[in-house]
Design a protein around this ligand. Structure first.
Ligand code: SAM
Length: 327
């Protein structure tokens, strides 16, 4: 039997803030969640130093996320610096899109082209129910602006919630008919109470069944640095559809990412509890060599894992505020 080639852990998701103007039901669910004091959040120069060390450890792609990254002042300068780091050949951003209409041109000028926008509904009352805000028109205008500026790939992330937005999957998928964007449906992860998750979880198998009326899904080849989405083309669509199934079909064996929380903890697995603190060594004079060693340690821990505890046992619902870890 041929031995599997060891996977390259080459993708770092960096949460640069735990602030967000939205309160999405699945993300800031935990009432006791509190924002970190500003001093606990890594400064841009600290983030850049970590990214440089990560590049030395083999990271090639960095996704900037949060919280809501567009809320952090000085973001554009930071992105420019990040793009200039030797070894980092892709910088991407994930946003809720509420400030995109205003900030898309400045973002485009940084050279960032890979943009993910979260959008779970096209209905204003639902948007309010899911996010606690009235930003839907702003997000839609931001998406249009980003598309017209030429961000590519431009992806929409939609978490499907049974009984809340699952009747909209066709309408949301159709956003990719006229526009060259990728609409990705995502399974709800158990960052909420067990009962809430059980009530609202919907598998991607079911979502795909509901989309069957749009025509046959033609699978697209996976790119080497691709994320966990399975992507498809549909006849007559300019864009693509993607499906992300962290629960029903967890992709741990191929997962190539590390996550850095806004307060400087590195996590080998989003849904695991292991994390290594990088802020303390950063601020206590730790050398790049030592910080690099911690990165390598996170990579080693990741190689040892073959599945996240939630998908395996389904019995471990915990306080997991995505808003600070970075989804
Ligand atoms: N504020 C930015 C945004 O809204 O895209 C970036 C941070 S947000 C935490 C990133 C992504 O995590 C979003 O696409 C969101 O839908 C996803 N997310 C958060 N909690 C989730 C959960 N329980 N299950 C699935 N996706 C989740």
């Amino acid at each position: 039997m041929e031995a599997e080639a060891p996977r390259q852990i080459n993708y770092l998701r960096m949460s640069i803030t735990d602030r967000c103007q939205l309160r999405c039901v699945y993300c800031t669910y935990w009432r006791e969640w509190e924002k970190q004091p500003p001093a606990e959040i890594l400064r841009y120069e600290e983030l850049l130093r970590l990214a440089a060390v990560a590049a030395e450890a083999g990271v090639r792609k960095v996704r900037v996320t949060g919280g809501e990254p567009l809320l952090r002042r000085g973001l554009m300068g930071f992105l420019q610096e990040l793009k200039r780091l030797p070894g980092i050949n892709q910088v991407c951003l994930t946003t809720n899109g509420a400030l995109l209409r205003e900030l898309a041109p400045a973002l485009y000028n940084t050279g960032v082209r890979h943009l993910n926008v979260s959008l779970d509904t096209l209905k204003q009352d639902r948007y309010r129910q899911i996010t606690g805000s009235d930003n839907l028109p702003a997000v839609m205008a931001g998406l249009e602006r980003a598309a017209s500026l030429g961000f590519h790939p431009l992806k929409i992330n939609c978490v499907v919630l049974r009984g809340i937005n699952d009747d909209e999957v066709l309408d949301i998928a159709r956003l990719a008919r006229e526009r060259p964007l990728q609409v990705r449906f995502i399974e709800l992860m158990p960052t909420t109470s067990r009962t809430w998750w059980q009530r609202h979880f919907l598998s991607m198998t079911e979502v795909r069944q509901r989309l069957a009326v749009l025509g046959p899904l033609e699978p697209l080849a996976r790119e080497a640095a691709a994320g966990p989405a399975r992507t498809f083309r549909l006849p007559g669509f300019r864009g693509e559809l993607g499906f992300i199934s962290p629960m029903s079909e967890h992709h741990c064996r191929t997962c190539n990412r590390l996550r850095l929380s806004s307060d400087g903890k590195i996590r080998p697995c989003l849904l695991g509890s292991q994390e290594l603190d990088l802020k303390e060594p950063l601020r206590q004079g730790g050398s790049d060599g030592f910080i690099g060693f911690l990165f390598q340690e996170a990579i080693r821990l990741k190689h040892r894992k073959t599945g996240h505890s939630l998908a395996c046992s389904g019995s471990c619902f915990r306080d997991l505020p995505m808003v600070s870890i970075g989804g």
